[in-house]
Write a protein that binds this ligand. Structure first.
Ligand code: AMP
Ligand code: MG
Length: 437
């Protein structure tokens, strides 16, 4: 049994050593949520010209040292126009009308907002603008290349593409992007009482919700879930299914997630079967609740050779060699399964997907009503973060323990309580872990 922090450190340490799969090129929008296998470089300066950020007049700041000032309007540039130097430039005492997004004409060194100007009386054939405010050099435009220079890295390899990443790739002319193949994550539920979701459960049976919630979490973390069904609480069958997950024809999974069968019960056989398979365990239990019995380990595929001597093939290289694969034994209680996935399995999936490691970030909020609990374990209690504007507050969801998915579905975060606290007063500042997806 290790502390939460030590368990997380162990997962991060092992995750840092895994390799992502091969690469593929996909259409830009299909790259949403995928992990970049290439850096996105600026194909030109960003912005590609001195870009006005206000509607108004391109001016020389020195001409507006004293205001009000009168400037002769000698031209206009709208977005998309190119002000040819010599044809459209700003000389002393002159201004050029300019729109947001248009290039600054030669000679100008600032833009004065149209709100601070009015068109003045002028001799026939001339246009004069009266400016009421001074500007400083550089005001109201972004100089060419200020955001990025040609060839500069805009988005790193290993970044998961979100809508901002899509914008960057689009701006750099990338209609297709290179991403890593999604890791394949086998999901195996265990338990004699568990039946498939389209079956009619007997009086003591429950439907296999974990395989589905886990598959959803796997997808959300950037993996591809392969549901392997339900293993009974029987050693031989459990072992056969685990072996199939590793070396089964065509399965080629990169990680195995099991649920159930990791507690202290007589029929909790997962640890025992992995022991038979010569697994290496990094932790068997973490000081958390829910999720205390969580198990993390690895198995060399060599140890899983079939009776006929066949050895697993390395799914990444195709080389037939003993190859270490990680597994998590997650507790079967549905909320425990979900929490332990987020805390421990997610970083491993992200690493297998090629993502640069992410730290687990807790947010803070004020507690609405007092919490009393038992000390000794770090708690992740389903809670509802609510409030208006800047006045967020959080309250525990009234739940019936770690089997209560109905309450969890109403919650949107977990309040995190350190192991040394038994009582937390209303209005205290507490840590939160937001629920992903
Ligand atoms: P276990 O970790 O095997 O002791 O299971 C703990 C609790 O979770 C029991 O009440 C199980 O019935 C329930 N459970 C186990 N597996 C699943 C599953 N796949 N879907 C939903 N509930 C499950
Ligand atoms: Mg069980």
């Amino acid at each position: 049994m290790v502390s939460f922090e030590e368990a997380r450190r162990l997962v991060e340490q092992h995750a840092a050593g895994v390799c992502p799969g091969e690469m593929e090129t996909v259409d830009l929008l299909a790259g949403l949520g995928r992990v970049l296998a290439e850096g996105i470089l600026a194909d030109r300066d960003f912005p590609p010209f001195d870009r006005a950020t206000r509607d108004g007049y391109a001016v020389r700041a020195a001409d507006l040292a004293k205001v009000p000032a009168r400037l002769e309007v000698v031209g206009e540039v709208k977005a998309g126009d190119w002000p040819e130097p010599g044809v459209c430039s700003v000389g002393r005492g002159q201004a050029v009308g300019i729109m947001t997004g248009a290039p600054l004409p030669a000679g100008a060194d600032a833009v004065v907002m149209v709100e601070h100007t009015s068109l003045g009386d002028a001799p026939a054939g001339k246009l004069v603008v009266e400016v009421r405010r001074s500007v400083i050099r550089g005001e109201n435009f972004v100089p060419r290349g200020a955001e990025a220079r040609t060839g500069q890295l805009l988005l790193d390899r290993g970044r998961r593409v979100d809508h901002a990443g899509i914008a960057i790739a689009a701006s750099a002319g990338k209609s297709r992007v290179q991403v890593f193949r999604k890791p394949r994550v086998a999901v195996l539920s265990t338990g004699d009482e568990v039946v498939e979701i389209d079956a009619t459960p007997g009086p003591a049976q429950i439907r296999n919700s974990n395989s589905y919630s886990l598959a959803a979490q796997v997808q959300n973390a950037g993996g591809e879930a392969v549901r392997l069904g339900i293993a009974p609480d029987e050693r031989g069958r459990l072992r056969a299914l685990i072996e199939e997950a590793w070396i089964g024809e065509g399965l080629q999974c990169d990680l195995l997630l099991l649920t159930g069968g990791v507690s202290m019960g007589k029929y909790d056989l997962v640890e025992q079967v992995f022991g038979e398979l010569k697994a290496e365990f990094y932790f068997t239990g973490a000081e958390i609740r829910p999720g205390r019995p969580v198990v993390f380990g690895s198995c060399g595929a060599g140890a899983l050779a079939h009776a006929d001597g066949e050895v697993a093939a390395n799914t990444r290289t195709g080389v037939s060699a003993p190859h270490k694969k990680y597994f998590f034994g997650l507790p079967g209680n549905p909320v425990s399964t979900m929490v332990t996935f987020e805390l421990f399995a997610r970083p491993m999936i992200e690493a297998l997907a090629g993502m640069t490691p992410q730290r687990l970030i807790f947010l803070g909020a004020r507690l609405k009503s007092e919490i009393r609990t038992k000390a000794g374990l770090k708690r992740f209690l389903p809670a509802v973060l609510s409030g208006e504007f800047e006045n967020a507050e959080v309250e525990l969801a009234r739940w019936q323990g770690s089997g209560d998915i109905a309450t969890l579905a109403r919650a949107n975060c977990y309040v995190v309580i350190p192991p040394d606290r038994e009582r937390i007063e209303a209005r205290e500042w507490v840590s939160l872990l937001m629920r992903c997806g």
